[in-house]
Design a protein around this ligand. Structure first.
Ligand code: DC
Length: 220
C-alpha cells in the first residue's frame, strides 16, 4: 500500500497549508478531507435538505460526483472552489460531519486518494479512523488566539470583513463541537507527533514534518 502521512488538528491550525507543501515536496497526492464535508454541507443546503438528518445527507454524500484538479474543486461539473471556503459552507460542514452515516459514506472516496507514490491527508480523523496505518501521524496545534489571528489575516487578504473577537469565539465553538461529537471526534492519537505551530513560520513546520518522515524512512 502507498505510504500515508496523516495531518490532523483543529480549525485554522494550518493543516491545509502544511499538508499541501509536504505533498508537493515529496511528489505525493494530497487529500483535503475537510473539503469533502464542506461540499456535502453546501449541496445539502442547496437541496433544502435537513442538515441533521443522517439518512438524507448520507444519500447525498454517496451520489456526489466530485473532481479535484489543480487546486480547484468541481461538483457535477460546477466549480465550487470559492464557495466551499465560505463561512456558510464551513458551518454546514461542521453539522454534517457529526453524522456517522455521512462519515461512513465518505470513507471509500477518501481511501481512493491513496495512490502511488504516496498520500498526504489532512483533517480531523485521518490518523485515528480513515488511515489508522499511516506511516507518519502529525497532530498540529496552535493557541486559539494564534488561529484566530491567522484566519483574520486570511479574511483581510480577501477583503472580507471580520472581527477578531467573533473569529476567536467561532474557533472556540468549532473546537468544542469537533472534539465532543460522538462520531470520530477530533483527538490526538497516541502514536501521533504533536507540533505546536504557535509563532512558527510555515517553512519550519514543513521542514519538521519532512525530517520526521525521512527519519522514519531510514528505519524501515
Ligand atoms: O478543515 P475544515 O475547516 O475544512 O473542515 C470543515 C469541517 O469538517 C469542520 O467542522 C470539521 C469537519 N471535518 C471532519 O469532521 N473530519 C475531517 N476529516 C475533516 C473535516
Amino acid at each position: 500500500m502507498p505510504p500515508v502521512i496523516a495531518i490532523d488538528g483543529p480549525s485554522a491550525s494550518g493543516k491545509g497549508t502544511i499538508a499541501e507543501a509536504v505533498a508537493q515536496r515529496l511528489g505525493f497526492h494530497y487529500l483535503d478531507s475537510g473539503a469533502l464535508y464542506r461540499i456535502v454541507g453546501l449541496v445539502g443546503r442547496e437541496c433544502g435538505a435537513n442538515l441533521d438528518n443522517d439518512l438524507e445527507i448520507s444519500n447525498i454524500s454517496l451520489n456526489l460526483k466530485i473532481k479535484f484538479d489543480s487546486g480547484r474543486v468541481w461538483i457535477d461539473g460546477r466549480d465550487v472552489s470559492v464557495q466551499i471556503r465560505g463561512e456558510i459552507a464551513g458551518a454546514a460542514a461542521s453539522r454534517v460531519a457529526a453524522l456517522p452515516g455521512v462519515r461512513r459514506a465518505l470513507m471509500t472516496l477518501q481511501h481512493s486518494f491513496r495512490q502511488p507514490p504516496g498520500l498526504v491527508a489532512d483533517g480531523r480523523d485521518m490518523g485515528s479512523v480513515v488511515f489508522p496505518d499511516a506511516r507518519l501521524k502529525i497532530y498540529l496545534t496552535a493557541t486559539p488566539e494564534e488561529r484566530a489571528r491567522r484566519r483574520y489575516k486570511q479574511l483581510m487578504e480577501k477583503d472580507s470583513g471580520a472581527s477578531m473577537a467573533a473569529l476567536l469565539q467561532d474557533i472556540r465553538d468549532r473546537d468544542l463541537r469537533d472534539s465532543t461529537r460522538a462520531a470520530a471526534p477530533l483527538l490526538k492519537c497516541a502514536d501521533a507527533v504533536e507540533i505546536d505551530t504557535t509563532g512558527m513560520p510555515v517553512e519550519d513546520v514543513v521542514a519538521r514534518v519532512l525530517h520526521l518522515y525521512q527519519k522514519l524512512q531510514k528505519t524501515q
